[in-house]
Write a protein that binds this ligand. Structure first.
Ligand SMILES: Cc1ncc(COP(=O)(O)O)c(C=O)c1O
Length: 394
């Protein structure tokens, strides 16, 4: 089926106009919004009747927060999740009015704009409750808060010894009409592994937190715990709302299991130059790579400034015409050299860094292995100078 390009990322275009001249971008990240729609529908259906929060922090894991949010909200998502005030307000400025949770902010945040924009705030400390109550008073609003409880990850959220105090103050501000506890929530450290003892301990701890909240008179309409992995394979963690990030972008989150998610991003760049070289030719910095035979080298304008991890030198491959072509020598800031062997590659052909994997190209999961990291870091690492282009046939 043929695809129609419907639009480009706001402020970015693959054809950049400079002084009346059109310059074609050498590389692009193609975002398949149909894949986002499919993944969103699949996650929402699997975890239903729980609602679905599309986690669009970090510019929608590099895919473009606004585009992903719009698509997700049309395909089963009911909430948006972000980690900075700037991200939250930017989405509101784009006209996205859906319920939204903000879970990171500086100690100096006054919350006036946040509350006026109708954004829910995660709170894991009494001090933040006080600031929010104050802001609600000043702005004539009621602050919707999600009390975040640390159930064993030792990252965000109130530790168990502070729960009672947090609940007491939340009740006080609720009674004063300044605040509404809309949710209790926590985050799992290892939802991918159902055998992990830490996971079971966290589930038990979350249960205790809910009981402690109920005993303190806190009975919020929403409880949420599950990320993508938990949403897909841990029914006991689904509660009322799941927070889906990586699954929404089509990366299978549970090792060894496939749920039918479709990767949404393809990153590719045009070959700029090819050269035939003899055995014994040093390539790139060092050089730490020397050709062991006569071969063809292809220059591709994507480097570590664009999100090709430097650490993958000597390990990773791109694909050209579906054929894997290893990176020869060190990854530079703006370019890599591929060893394409005897493949008759010409300048102007596309070299694919990663994509869904259907046509022989590497996947994000493979890049994550080559770079000793997770797929999240590969996706969010794709730099701003790679223009995002959106495709959809719907
Ligand atoms: C608090 C929180 N909830 C949910 C998510 C989404 O998790 P995942 O990408 O594993 O679906 C994240 C992502 O990092 C997160 O930090």
């Amino acid at each position: 089926m043929s695809r129609a390009v419907v639009h480009h990322a706001p402020g970015v275009d693959c054809n950049v106009s400079i002084g009346g001249r059109t310059v074609t971008a050498m590389a692009e990240a193609v975002v398949d919004l149909d894949a986002i729609a499919h993944n969103c529908g699949l996650l929402a259906a699997t975890a239903g009747p729980a609602g679905m929060m599309a986690v669009v922090k970090a510019d929608g894991f590099g895919h473009g927060a606004t585009e992903v949010a719009r698509t997700a909200l049309r395909h089963g998502a009911t909430w948006l999740g972000v980690t900075s005030v700037a991200e939250a307000l930017a989405l509101r400025a784009e006209g996205l009015t859906a319920p939204m949770l903000l879970w990171l902010y500086p100690p100096t945040e006054t919350f006036e704009e946040v509350l006026t924009a109708g954004i829910d705030v995660s709170v894991g400390a009494v001090e933040a409750l006080e600031v929010l109550a104050d802001a609600a008073d000043r702005t004539g609003t009621v602050a919707n808060v999600h009390l975040k409880l640390d159930t064993g990850m030792s990252r965000g959220g109130a530790p168990a010894e502070e729960w009672a105090q947090l609940f007491t103050w939340a009740r006080k501000f609720e009674s004063a009409g300044l605040l509404r506890v809309r949710a209790l929530w926590s985050h799992l450290a290892n939802a991918e592994n159902p055998q992990a003892s830490g996971l079971l301990a966290q589930l038990r701890e979350f249960d205790e937190a809910r009981q402690a909240a109920a005993a303190a008179g806190i009975d919020p309409p929403i409880v949420h715990l599950a990320n993508s992995a938990a949403a897909l394979h841990l029914p006991q963690a689904r509660f009322d709302l799941l927070r889906a990030g990586i699954g929404l972008y089509g990366i299978e989150p549970v090792p060894g299991r496939r749920f039918g998610l479709r990767p949404a991003m393809t990153v590719r760049a045009q070959v700029l130059l090819t050269k035939r070289v003899p055995a014994g030719t040093g390539v790139s910095y060092g050089p730490d790579f020397v050709t062991d035979r006569e071969t063809t080298l292809a220059l591709v304008p994507l480097g570590f400034a664009d999100g090709v991890p430097r650490h993958t030198s000597g390990r990773a491959s791109f694909s050209i015409r579906g054929v894997r072509c290893p990176i020869a020598g060190r990854v530079s800031m703006d370019q890599v050299v591929l060893d394409v062997g005897d493949l008759p590659v010409r300048a102007g052909e596309w070299a694919v860094m990663f994509g869904p994997g259907d046509a022989g190209e590497p996947t994000v999961a493979e890049w994550a292995r080559w770079a000793d990291t997770n797929p999240h870091e590969i996706l969010t690492g794709i730099g701003h100078r790679v223009p995002r282009r959106y495709e959809s046939i719907r």
